[in-house]
Write a protein that binds this ligand. Sequence first.
Ligand code: NAP
Length: 245
Amino acid sequence: MNIFDIKGKTVLITGASRGIGKNLALGLRDAGAIVYGAGSRPESIEWMSGEGIQGVVLNVKSESDAFQVIGKIRETHGKLNTLINNAGIATNTPASGFKEEELQNIIQTNYTGVFRSCQAYYKHHKKDGGNIINVASVLGLVGSKLASVYSGTKGAVISLSKALAIEWCNSGYRVNVICPGLIDTEMTDMIKNKEYIMNQVLAGIPMGRLGKPEEILGAVQYLVSDASSYMTGQTIVIDGGLTAQ
Ligand SMILES: NC(=O)c1ccc[n+]([C@@H]2O[C@H](COP(=O)([O-])OP(=O)(O)OC[C@H]3O[C@@H](n4cnc5c(N)ncnc54)[C@H](OP(=O)(O)O)[C@@H]3O)[C@@H](O)[C@H]2O)c1
């Protein structure tokens, strides 16, 4: 028996159009899961149809998208086994320079969106239980320049996950968090594009390099699988040693 087996499990990943989410979608598909990959726009999910991934439009800022998408997955498969809340945005705006619109955009996407998806999943499955994996960040654990609101939303996702783990434990839900460090995706272009900033960043990472999106997959597969059946309310950090210092 392979305790990490996830064959036939239904998984919905938000923000699966590119980066970490795309890599998770492909990796979990390869491991035999039935993967629903969500993007914010129809163009974001076009690539999925030829790759054995069910593409769905789910803008996490919408009040109803998550509820509708999860409802349809339940109708089709009887159950959504795992919800992975991965969609997120970042900026490098100084705290003193935030305008209201940008502030609300990050909070709505990174925090409110995660809460809404969790709530929608619970409403559809409260009698069956479920498994939630929220993608936060090491910047939800430690401070950093030019990351104030982003850090706040990611810290809030970690706290939210602990609270939901307790509140929904008796309903058969597990809620855990993945905290990536700096990963080589479009999100980190703003760092990679400036050599002096990149050098500073690399100097702060004991392994001396950015992580690759595929280095997030193993921990996520563990959380999707029954190998993690006694784990809830916890955070797995994957950061090349950044927060170990
Ligand atoms: N890269 C890093 O260094 C790093 C480190 C720590 C944590 N993280 C976290 O990991 C997650 C994935 O990051 P990434 O590096 O893969 O970022 P990325 O390459 O910029 O991709 C972001 C994803 O989020 C989706 N998204 C953004 N706004 C959305 C919305 N309103 N509704 C639905 N989807 C939306 C995008 O979908 P569309 O293309 O359809 O808009 C895209 O798939 C994020 O939560 C991020 O905060 C990343």
